[in-house]
Design a protein around this ligand. Structure first.
Ligand SMILES: Nc1ncnc2c1ncn2[C@@H]1O[C@H](COP(=O)(O)OP(=O)(O)OP(=O)(O)O)[C@@H](O)[C@H]1O
Length: 245
């Protein structure tokens, strides 16, 4: 679902992300970890053509579309409908004066999909929310509910790929576990491809199949999550692991 080769992202000539290889297949979860400023978010956004000011080289294919040569219209079609982005604070992206059900219906219509009450109710129930939430306004829901609503939106749109940027870091620990539980279940039940950006290695160890460790824009280590986290070969990965509480 995601295939990246020789990706380099530069801002004003400065190399901020250098990712030689990144593949995420259906039903797989790959995590990009690393400290703040290591290039994780830039990598994620570049995969959906969302780094307009950057100079990009390399090959990026998402759901079979060549992101670097796709027209703006084609990119808009892919975003949301096929590959959905779930950010840290989705509430900020939700229009405050609009009920969640109306927001979801609009998003579905925009992508030419049927927004029946039942389709929408099933999507929110798939992320363990009560269908009654569709009647609420964004300020009436918690951060964890907003995260799950963002995932429900992706489900309703039929996205096969979810790119999640620190999806749980704004949440408290119990709610984090709920969101991770939802992502795990959807991944296996719906064969979703999941690319997760996180600085939280504890979270990553519970969900990722493979891990890429980034430092100063470079991938310093990658491999199966169990191996990288149990026997890190790079000193920086060891440092990250030692910093765990
Ligand atoms: N639009 C931009 N213009 C110029 N430089 C940018 C831009 N976006 C990001 N950068 C730079 O790219 C580098 C990588 O940033 P990025 O946000 O990808 O890191 P990160 O690992 O996701 O960090 P964090 O965990 O804090 O989000 C940083 O040095 C940042 O200042």
């Amino acid at each position: 679902m995601i295939e990246v080769r020789g990706l380099q992202v530069r801002y004003g000539g400065r190399l901020v992300a250098d990712v030689p290889e990144l593949d995420v297949g259906a039903g797989e979860c790959v995590a990009i970890v690393g400290e703040s400023g290591s290039g994780k978010t830039t990598t994620l956004l570049s995969l959906l053509g969302l780094t307009p000011d950057a100079e990009i080289s390399g090959d990026i294919s998402v759901c079979g579309v060549d992101v670097r040569t796709a027209s703006p219209r084609r990119l808009r079609e892919i975003r949301g409908a096929r590959a959905a982005l779930v950010m840290q604070s989705p509430q900020a992206a939700l229009s405050p004066a609009t009920r969640l059900g109306v927001l979801m219906r609009r998003a579905l219509k925009l992508h030419g999909r049927d927004g029946t009450r039942e389709t929408m109710a099933q999507a929110v129930e798939a992320v363990l929310l009560d269908r009654e939430i569709l009647r609420r306004y964004p300020h009436e829901i918690s951060g964890g509910q907003a995260q799950r609503f963002a995932i429900a939106l992706a489900i309703a749109l039929g996205a096969g790929v979810i790119l999640a940027d620190e999806p749980t870091s704004a949440l408290d620990v119990t709610v984090q576990a709920e969101v991770v539980g939802v992502l795990r279940r959807l991944r296996s039940e719906r064969d979703l491809a999941l690319l997760l950006v996180s600085h939280d290695l504890a979270l990553v160890s519970t969900i990722a199949d493979r891990v890429l460790v980034m430092k100063d824009g470079a991938v310093v280590e990658s491999g199966p999550a169990a191996t990288v986290l149990a026997e890190p070969s790079h000193p920086y990965t060891r440092e990250l692991l030692e910093a765990l509480p």
